[in-house]
Design a protein around this ligand. Sequence first.
Ligand code: SAM
Ligand code: SF4
Length: 336
Amino acid sequence: MATPSLVDPFQRAITYLRVSVTDRCDFRCVYCMTEHMAFLPKAELLSLEELDRLCSVFVGLGVRKLRITGGEPLVRKGIMTFFRAMRRHVESGALDELTLTTNGSQLSRFAADLVACGVRRVNVSLDTLDPAKFRAITRWGRFGQVLDGIEAAAAAGLGVKINAVALRGVNDGEIHDLVAWCGARGHDLTFIEVMPMGDLGNEDRLDQYYSLKALRRDLESRWTLVDTTERTGGPARYARVLETGGRVGFITPLTHNFCESCNRVRLTCTGQLFMCLGQDADADLRSALRAHPGDDAPVVRAIEAAIARKPKGHDFDYSRQTVAGRVSRHMSHTGG
Ligand code: SAM
Ligand code: SF4
């Protein structure tokens, strides 16, 4: 394997790029968007060709894992053209993994195409198994459509990991059902702590905050969890559930600061690079891209200069009973 050429000031090699390909979505999850979001004009977005060019530059600089996200990546028009283009990096061995995070609504349509593009696993966000609650959380989502999508993905041979945001007073009574449901279907399950992103009006993140320390303690009243050292390239820590044989992961940005092993950066659909999910440090790669249509060298320099400014970590903190360290942008903009 080539030596990674993107190394930040804290000696962390950057090998994982998350790319938000659109800020649009067919759902309006309460912790992610307001009901009447204003979306970006099309001219602001990187074209599919520009996304290809920029991702390919990152791959050339040692990125080995590409996660496509959004907004909802599968609602971006023509997105399969982009996935097909990325297949060449999987086939050449430059990429270890091409994957995506999706709400699942379009998976019935695209699962087989994704497999043909070299995708092997998908993360599907599903916070509840109760159709009414699902409607309340996603506002516009249809539960049956997502279940069909998950089934189609599994039938096409994709590994499915379920992501559930832990929300006190919303899905805290369902954590055992989620473990049993995923265990029976062979899906890994990862719980995520709700993060203070964007200004979403009067929803109070502190009220909904359910620490994964408490969640894990609650899970252990029914399941035997054995910690594993397995990592999947992301920030989750995993435990094996002895009763189901499945794995449960915990992404704990608030109770456990995982920044010291951070290997990733995030690209927005407008070509802004965020060096940390929880900080405002960014770099405008779109300008470099558009100013030099036939020459990647200035783009490489812009990326290297950005990595040299990667912050040490985020400052999210609920411990003082206020939401500290909040960043103003929405998760759908940065790419969750
Ligand atoms: N639309 C796709 C989906 O829902 O999977 C991809 C984008 S979405 C922004 C990525 C992930 O971020 C989802 O799992 C979602 O639940 C999570 N997310 C969104 N807002 C969040 C918040 N405020 N705190 C924690 N996770 C959040
Ligand atoms: Fe859409 Fe995903 Fe945000 Fe829900 S979490 S509104 S599905 S981008």
